[in-house]
Structure formats: structure tokens, C-alpha cells
Design a binder for this molecule. Sequence first.
Ligand code: NAP
Ligand code: ZN
Length: 365
Amino acid sequence: MAKTPETEHPVKAFGYAATDTSGSFSPFKFSRRATGETDVQLKVLYCGVCHSDLHMAKNEWGFTQYPLVPGHEIVGYVPHQVVTEVGSKVEKVKVGDKVGVGVLVGSCRQCDQCTNDLENYCPKQIQTYGFPYLDGTINRGGYSNIMVADEHFIIRWPDNFPLDAGGPLLCAGITTYSPLRYFGLDKPGLRIGINGLGGLGHVAVKFAKAFGTKVTVISTSLSKKKEAIERLGVDEFLVSRDPEQMQAAVGTLDGIIDTVSASHPVVPLLSLLKPNGKLIVVGAPEAPLQLPVFTLIQGRKTIAGSGIGGMKETQEMIDFAAKNNILADVEVIPIDYINTAMDRLLKSDVKYRFVIDVENSLKPE
Ligand code: NAP
Ligand code: ZN
């Protein structure tokens, strides 16, 4: 008999899955592999809701395989016994540790990218959900009760660092921290723009401020202005749909991290850059962005992309965040709220990250 998600592995698991392009979630039974020699099995306590989960649930990028159990901002913790099972060769963590799993659970570990701590650019990278694992079965993410991952892809959790508000850093955090560092946009005094004040955008603001830069938020939501300035410490807030405000800020920024999840014009962003300025795209809209080249040519500007970060840098980012008290601003939700949460995420109606309280709300059917 053909194996089903419930029978393909020995360890019973359950969670929430999207089953078609409506992106609607419902309870789902499946299974996890037995804990291998270098694996860590963890009990999932919280899982952040990334806009990538929404893109994937609706098959907006065109490669979703249903049923899809998303979730790649996963933290596990059980008082006195967090890691429920560790393989015999695991050295990084022990039973009792708090751990995180982000966007990656595998890579070839041999190519130039992998040997330079850039597993995120390995051509054979394996993402946490919706990708085939080494055994050919499809990975399932953190909208579920338990998780298993090779220890190389496990993040050690700093002592006393909150799990609910820290979890989103495993994707939103590293995706913004990495380009700020790599592209030299982390120098005190630089003027950095953050386009889109959502899950990624608001932690980008926090890292950019921690690096000592001056931060301009570029947003479609005037309603986010007061809080952005008063609470997040944003230095300037531009409403992107206000041409006068945008015109007044032309040529003021050294770099922009563009986190917007939907198709949007690029020229107004390039216009905000100083000569030699850099526009770094991390948002991943389903439709291509248009790139009229003259704004790029005039001023020798750069446009580049960036995807999450390698494991070493992800650990560095979490440790930096713990030291500098950087957390996501979260709305903690029960898992049966996920369909409403996705509707609200689509409308940019969340400040600024939904996090599922998996432990307290996901019960076996
Ligand atoms: P999010 O919380 O929904 O934030 C996106 C923000 O973009 C919204 O809050 C909104 O900010 C702005 N926005 C939405 N629709 C817009 C539109 N039509 N025009 C202009 N601005 C709009 O999403 P997220 O979780 O931060 O993820 C953002 C994007 O990054 C997604 O596409 C996701 O897939 C991608 N991503 C990429 C990576 C990577 O490795 N590169 C990793 C994670 C996520 P305002 O209200 O301020 O306008
Ligand atoms: Zn993500």
C-alpha cells in the first residue's frame, strides 16, 4: 500500500496544513522521521507566521506541494526537558536545552557556499517545509507539535531570551541582519531606509538602530507612523503614496532594505538613494518588479538581493539580538486563528508578527 503522510515515518505528528490554493488551513495528521544519529527532535512551543508561509499556502511562487505544513520560525522548550530526543552523535545541544529552527534544515555541506558558512546559497539547500528531504519525503514545518532537524541546522537559544518574541528572528531577523552587515549598511551615522513596516521591516528597523544608523521607514500605512517614531525610534517616516513626501526625501539614503511582499514600483526607491546607494531586495512578490534603468545609471546605484543567512550568521544574529535586547513585536495567537491571521497578514494588519502558541493551542484531534 502506498505510504501516506501519516504512515511514511514512524513518529506520529500533527499540525495544521493548507491543502489547496485557497490557502485555507485545517488540522492535519502526519509523521516525522525517527531521530537519526545527528538529529535533534524538539517539542514545538512557538512558531512565527512569515509572509512566505502565506505565499506558499496559496502557491503564489508556483512550487507548492500540498498538503503544506508551513512554519520556519520555530522554537522549542519544555521546562527541564526541552529537547525531547537527541541523536547519539549530537554535540551541539543536550536534553534540556532550548533550541530554534529557522528556514533551513539541510544543504550539501561541501560546496563553496557551504564551506564558507553560506548554506543559504547552497544550490542543494533544503528548506524547512515544502522541500523534499534527503529521503525524498516532503518536509513539514513548525505549525505542528514536534520537529526534527540535523543538529547543524539547530540554533542554540540564549539563556533568558524570550521564545515567543525571539522566534521570528529565525527568519525575519536573519533576513534583514545579513544584508545590513554584508552590504556595509551597519555603520553608525549612515542613513538607511526600510521599505514596508511588517514582520521583516520592524526587526530591520531594530537592527539598523542597534548598528547606530539613522532609519527612514517607507510605508503605505500612515497608521503606523506614530508608533514607529515613538516606540521603534524611527527617525523619519515616509508615506510612499505621498509624492510630495517622497520628492522631499530624494537622494537622502545610503541604502534601503526592501521587504515589501507585493509588487511595487522600484524607481521611487532608487530615487531616494544617494549616488552609490544600494537597494537590497528581500521581499519576494509573486509578480516581477519593473526596473527602468536610468535611475540606476544616474548615480551608479546598486540593486541586489539577499536570502536569509547561513547557520553561523544566524547564531551570531540571535546572540547579538539577545545582547542588545532585540525582539520582535508579536501578537500571540492560538493555532485555530491561523486563517484569520493570514487574512489580516494580507491586509498588513498585524503589529508586527503573528506567533502561534503551539504548545497551548494545538491539541490532537
Ligand atoms: P509582512 O509582515 O506582510 O510585511 C510586508 C509589508 O509590506 C507590509 O506590512 C506592508 O508594510 C508592505 N506592503 C504590503 N503590501 C504592499 C503593497 N501592495 N505595496 C507596498 N507595500 C506593501 O511580510 P514579511 O513576513 O515581513 O515578509 C515580507 C516579504 O519578504 C515576503 O514577500 C516574504 O516572502 C519575503 N521574505 C523573504 C526572505 C528572504 O530570504 N529574502 C525571508 C523571509 C521573507 P506597510 O504597511 O508599512 O506599507
Ligand atoms: Zn520567513
